[in-house]
Design a protein around this ligand. Structure first.
Ligand code: TRP
Ligand code: SF4
Length: 349
């Protein structure tokens, strides 16, 4: 219950597909920001793993989904998502995630789905998979349902997901035009994007860090692995010889320093690089130091949870229970607004 001394919290919801062990791009581009949001008392946060979504592209071979979901669960907890502050759950554990997409599908014009920018693009990028399915076309309805089920106010996502949230708003608007509560207020609020400020995080080949490029540093990579991955990393192409000066602003290693290093180290990098006073090998070892120390608390938490799988299960079961209760509240209103679940005790026309 809200009153003037404790205003209703604004609901935040976000999720990730279970892609397996998460990398630094996932951490800096999403998880780190989610932890910040959960620690802000003005928000009530829901974070989930979108395992049903994985089937939209991987239906022919679902053998990786359960294992990947488990790795993502560990990385959520490792990042510092805290069940005492956020509701953490797995999408397929909350049955309403199967129900709302069916009902919202009734009102969603096919044209809206075909026009989603990533639709054609993904079909082309993943040409080895047959994505001419109803489920793949309906992906945005699945995502809209994820958000609207919790009547979320804010959805923290990166730029690549904003079109999906925009579509979610359109679906909510259309729903609200057709259906209202008995007191004629709206059932589904239009969620807003909370754009995640995401610094440019290069992978080891200098391109954006991404699992599909195979250029990632994992949140769970041990120190020697991190150092080994940084060693062959591309640098400012102008620095061919040790004696050539370089520019950290044109170097992916420089970008890593900007994200992870202290001001003091960053200054040493600029001074040393532009005067050829340091070599790239030394510079990379400093970047590795900074990443290793940023990940130390994350990896410490991960080990703790890896050693206690029953605790992880409990956390996500409890999250599913809390998410289900909240989702059911919405579904109750949605079913009734759409003429479903009649009591059969009303007066006939
Ligand atoms: N589509 C998102 C992605 O690929 C994952 C996702 C599914 C999501 N449902 C969501 C994100 C709801 C935010 C809100 O990363
Ligand atoms: Fe990049 Fe560092 Fe080498 Fe400069 S010294 S080019 S910033 S790796």
């Amino acid at each position: 219950m809200s009153n003037s001394s404790s205003p209703a919290k604004r609901r935040v919801l976000s999720g990730m597909r279970p892609t397996g062990k998460l990398h630094l791009g996932n951490y800096m581009g999403a998880l780190h920001n989610w932890v910040r949001l959960q620690n802000d008392p003005q928000y009530e946060c829901y974070f989930f793993i979108a395992d049903i979504h994985a089937l939209t592209t991987d239906y022919a071979d679902p053998s990786q989904i359960a294992g990947n979901t488990r790795e993502v669960a560990l990385d959520y907890l490792a990042a510092g998502l805290d069940p005492a502050k956020s509701v953490l759950f797995i999408q397929s554990h909350v049955q309403q995630h199967y129900e709302l997409p069916l009902l919202l599908g009734m009102i969603t014009p096919i044209g809206w789905l075909e026009r989603v920018p990533s639709y054609k693009e993904m079909q082309e990028n993943l040409a080895s998979k047959d994505l001419t399915t109803y489920g793949f076309l309906g992906y945005p309805v699945l995502m809209a349902s994820d958000i609207l089920l919790y009547q979320a106010d804010f959805v923290p996502v990166g730029q690549d997901q904003t079109a999906h949230v925009e579509l979610t708003r359109e679906v909510a608007r259309r729903f609200n035009q057709f259906y209202k509560r008995p007191d004629s207020t709206e059932i589904l609020p239009e969620p807003q994007v909370l754009l995640t400020p995401s610094p440019k995080l290069p992978g080891t080949d200098g391109r954006k860090m991404s699992k599909s490029y195979g250029n990632t540093i994992l949140m769970s990579d041990p120190e020697p692995e991190i150092r080994a991955k940084l060693k062959p990393m591309v640098t400012d192409p102008a620095r061919i010889r040790r004696t050539d000066p370089g520019n950290p602003d044109k170097c992916p290693v420089g970008d890593l320093h900007k994200i992870f290093s202290t001001q003091e180290t960053l200054q040493k990098v600029y001074d040393g690089c532009t005067t050829a006073g340091i070599g790239c090998i030394e510079c990379k070892s400093w970047a590795a130091d900074a990443i290793v120390s940023a990940l130390a608390p994350v990896q410490e938490r991960r080990v703790k949870f890896e050693q206690n799988p029953a605790l992880v299960t409990d956390i996500f079961n409890d999250g599913a229970r809390r998410a289900t209760a909240r989702a059911e509240q919405t579904m109750h209103e949605v079913r009734s607004a759409m003429g479903l679940n009649p009591t059969l005790s009303g007066t006939s026309a």
